[in-house]
Ligand binder design. Sequence first.
Ligand code: NI
Ligand code: MN
Length: 227
Amino acid sequence: MTCDITWYGHAALGLKTGGYTILIDPFITDNPVANVNANELNPDFILVSHGHGDHLGDTIPIAKRTGALVISNHEISVWLSNQGVTTHGQHIGGGHEHPFGYLKLTQALHGSGLPDGSYGGNPAGFLMTTKEGLKIYFAGDTGLFSDMKLIGEEGIDMAILPIGDNFTMGPDDALRAVKFLNPKHVLPIHYNTFELISQDANSWSDRVIKETGAKVHVLKPGESITI
Ligand code: NI
Ligand code: MN
């Protein structure tokens, strides 16, 4: 049982599982560190964690070109649907069985305003259980919250966590998040996109390895790992 995970920089990720391709927060065209063209991405599904432009990114053009189903909170799903995108709305705490697996929305401590000023509901993270049984937690943009312990109780194979600070958890709180979640693998994201969120992921990785049992994957934009 495997899942291929590609990091495009920032919070943009591509997952391949069970024959499906899933894009998360596809901020590609305006992403200064992405080295792929949005036109080359052909997802079956797109997950949007919240309404901010650095997460919504190229969702609309990619979804319109490919017909990908966009999964997000209800408010963003209505906003996207009004622009001709095929959507599936869920909400925090709610899970749904999709062709690639069971997807639950989790809380995130952040904002979610949409680029045109529309209300984007509450921001979310994603807890995915693939058809093959892998549990992947994408925290979204969030501060640390102690209920990550409850998410950890589900048995996390991979935790994808922001470490950039300023807008989300920084390295210290992200280390505490790893302790709450107790995942087998960790992938740090949402750093080094802009000067304001520069971090040394390798030194963070050293701390995580020393203080937890998790395996940390520090990727360069465009790199992939298989778990
Ligand atoms: Ni944000
Ligand atoms: Mn962000």
